[in-house]
Design a protein around this ligand. Structure first.
Ligand code: HGY
Ligand code: MN
Ligand code: MN
Length: 416
């Protein structure tokens, strides 16, 4: 059985954390200098581990094994949210590196092919899972041309600034892989609340986003009587309130929605706002509640526009991410490894976060393993996990990878 090296694992995680560190957290937005520095560091670690490593034209770092036979792709993303935690994405990336080294060091598994990957822009600076869309061939030219970040920087400019313009892009080698496995922090409270140590992910949420633009009339806050106002911010508050009133009727048990970004102009206390903007994002493991939410939004916007005064425009704020199911066979390998190392302290569970495995699952059998997040906190500098949970998760992953590859190479034509 392959043995991971806990100290080496934790040391690499801490080294990666140091690139873009801010207090306990990390700021390494996709294509930023710190993101590209981290990718260059990772490429070096892949090479030291005996992989042929490249950083491709969208910034995916891919370490390819020289071993023959069916391979398994293992990894996650190393870009972060603007106020990112140190483990979101980074955990799965360093796990992939450590699994490569652990299997290479064990006579029983050193012949198996494990490729390691760090995808680019999973965190939606330009669009969620940009790197895994590119690797799986679902990043269209039209999507690329539309891609602009919230500061107005285009994807083309970011690629140029990162030195990636014109660099060849990698695609999944047809027939090479038995599948893709991504380890990740849970980013929620369920494992910690249940006292369990490993999550075997059954499904990954789908996600949609709508951006509302409210156009009224900027005016004086003292001399403009309420009846005469065309207050863009008031329209924003009314729409947000009505969404919070109506969505619960159409929501499923784990449907979520967030209005986490707004803009009010000119954002001055003595001026009636003439313009406002609001981002709404909503998620569920099935399409039905997402479809229902879109219908509610369309009705509310039409109703408010019919009143006049402030005009509301609603447009998609991002490329939708479809809900996906994880491969049952791969889940079984992870579950068996979890039972071996954490008997009775693991569970099948859905993912409320989206992940690259969601995109890759359209091209390869894919699966995910979760470890507990302390306090269920993520997308915040306070994000953290216990060292013993980090080490346990990596050992479970190493076992699962070895068993998946053993099965895949015993019967190359069959799913492991
Ligand atoms: O938002 C998400 O679900 C992911 O963490 N980017
Ligand atoms: Mn993530
Ligand atoms: Mn994230």
């Amino acid at each position: 059985m392959p043995h991971i090296d806990p100290e080496r694992l934790l040391s690499d995680l801490r080294d990666l954390r140091s690139i873009g560190a801010q207090g306990k957290g990390v700021v390494r937005p996709a294509f930023s200098p710190k993101d590209m520095e981290a990718r260059g560091w990772l490429k070096g670690r892949y090479e030291e581990a005996g992989l042929d490593a490249t950083i491709d034209g969208v910034g995916n770092v891919i370490g390819r094994s020289r071993n023959p036979g069916k391979a398994l792709l293992v990894g996650s993303h190393s870009d972060t949210q603007p106020t990112g935690g140190w483990l979101d994405g980074a955990l799965g990336v360093i796990y992939g590196l450590e699994v490569v080294r652990a299997l290479a060091a064990d006579d029983a598994t050193c012949h198996l092919a494990v490729d390691a990957v760090s995808f680019q822009d999973e965190e939606s600076r330009f669009m969620g899972c940009l790197g895994s869309r590119s690797l799986t061939g679902t990043l269209s030219q039209e999507m690329e041309q539309r891609a602009v970040d919230h500061r107005g920087v285009t994807l083309a400019e970011a690629l140029r600034e990162a030195g990636l313009a014109g660099v060849p892009r990698q695609r999944l080698a047809p027939g090479r892989y038995a599948g893709f496995v991504e380890a990740h922090i849970e980013q929620g409270p369920d494992l910690e609340d249940s006292g369990r140590k490993i999550g075997v992910v059954s499904s990954i949420v789908g996600l949609r986003g709508i951006r509302f633009a409210f156009r009224g009339q900027q005016n004086h806050a003292g001399t403009t009587m309420m009846a005469r106002r065309r207050d863009a911010a008031s329209a924003l508050y009314e729409l947000a309130h009505r969404i919070n009133q109506e969505f619960p009727q159409a929501a499923g048990e784990r449907t979520v929605w967030t209005m986490g970004r707004l803009r009010i102009e000119p954002n001055a206390p003595s001026i009636v706002p003439g313009y406002a903007e609001l981002d709404l994002q909503f998620r569920d493991a099935s399409e039905a509640p997402l479809d229902a939410f879109e219908k509610i939004v369309a009705r509310l916007v039409a109703d408010m526009n019919a009143r006049g005064g402030v005009s509301i425009e609603a447009v998609p704020s991002r490329t939708p991410i479809p809900p996906t199911r994880m491969d049952a066979g791969l889940q079984e390998h992870i579950a068996r490894a979890a039972e071996r190392h954490a008997p009775g302290r693991w569970q099948h569970m859905p993912s409320g976060a989206f992940h690259d495995a969601g995109y890759v699952s359209a091209s390869l059998p894919s699966a995910m393993l979760f470890i507990p997040s302390i306090g269920g906190i993520s997308h915040d500098f306070a994000e953290d996990s216990r060292d013993e949970d980090i080490v346990l998760g990596c050992q479970v992953l190493a076992d699962a990878v070895a068993s998946i590859l053993a099965a895949a190479n015993a019967a190359p034509g069959r799913n492991p």
